[in-house]
Design a protein around this ligand. Structure first.
Ligand SMILES: [Zn+2]
Length: 106
């Protein structure tokens, strides 16, 4: 199935609803498109130990990898801030390795 950028952003917004962010109250959603046309969504999942927190981008990518997908085309990222939301340093490292195009819109 083919997905437009708008559809990927909408799926990211849907995933943002499941954010577990009681500490920051900063909800984030992501939707990654694999090169073979599958999508995986994710949200940020916080932990009182900050190091155990997982960002929405990595949640989506890790879900895809855990189901055998390793080649990615794009990722959409949205947040509850109302502003464009950029990946953190750890996510950027994962995104670079994954060679993703980042869609960012709110
Ligand atoms: Zn991150």
């Amino acid at each position: 199935m083919e997905y437009s950028d708008r559809e990927l952003l909408d799926k990211a917004k849907e995933a943002m609803v499941y954010s577990y962010s009681p500490y920051s109250r900063f909800k984030v959603g992501a939707c990654v498109l694999t090169k073979d046309g599958h999508i995986y969504t994710g949200c940020n999942i916080e932990n009182s130990s900050f190091g155990a927190t997982n960002c929405a981008e990595r949640t989506a990518i890790f879900k895809a990898v855990s189901e055998g997908r390793k080649e990615f085309a794009k990722i959409a990222i949205v947040s509850s801030s109302g502003l464009k939301t950029y990946p953190c340093g750890i996510c950027r490292q994962v995104l670079i390795i994954s060679s993703l195009i980042v869609l960012n819109c709110n």
